[in-house]
Write a protein that binds this ligand. Sequence first.
Ligand code: PGA
Length: 251
Amino acid sequence: MRKNIVAGNWKMNKTLQEGLALAEELNGALKGVTPNCDVVIGTPFIHLASVAAAIDTNKIGVAAQNCADKESGAYTGEISASMVKSTGANYVILGHSERRAYYGETAETLKTKVELALKNELTPIFCIGEVLAEREAEKHFDVVKSQIVDSLFELSAEDFGKIVLAYEPVWAIGTGKTASAAQAQEMHAFIRQTLAAQYGQEVADNCSILYGGSCNAGNAKELFSNPDVDGGLIGGASLKVADFKAIIDAF
Ligand code: PGA
């Protein structure tokens, strides 16, 4: 059966020293505690190795926030999936709306990134979600379906089974305007149906689908109580241990 997951996305926040302190504080807060969900922190690339070495990675998974769409070579400034893996990280967030919007990531490049992540035994946390205008035009289901189909549906069922999805309505990210529990459940159920139609009910039922977008200690419980919401991808509220821990405790 699918896992519940609470994953932090630190984005471009925290110096190395600050990030290490945050990770160590979270590690301390989870000592002696068995959370009812998997816990992951998505740090900037330069933090990965230090963070992975400083925490109990059996309890807290470590994620990169991106990886290159090339294996290796003359791609100045890029970080490959195998480099991410070599730090001790075991997840990679791919297709975040900020990367799609500001760094021109396309369905095609994301498809390659997912393949390279899987090849290097990283679990992709693959982000999908519509912008406000698309929701207002009632195109949100079509948009989300295309994002899934265009980047993921050439995967075998076995490989698809290794992916975590994160539904993040772009209008809810960093805005304080969360999707309602009903809106989240409606979309998550639609996503699961879409997966079932392609890969069968068992693969769909085993896929963890996280919600992201202004998820916080105050609304996590209601969001996570939906049958098709299997956790959260948490931006702002992952930068303070008390807030992030309260979201973990929502399970
Ligand atoms: P937020 O970000 O929780 O700050 O809205 C979520 C995300 O972008 O992953």
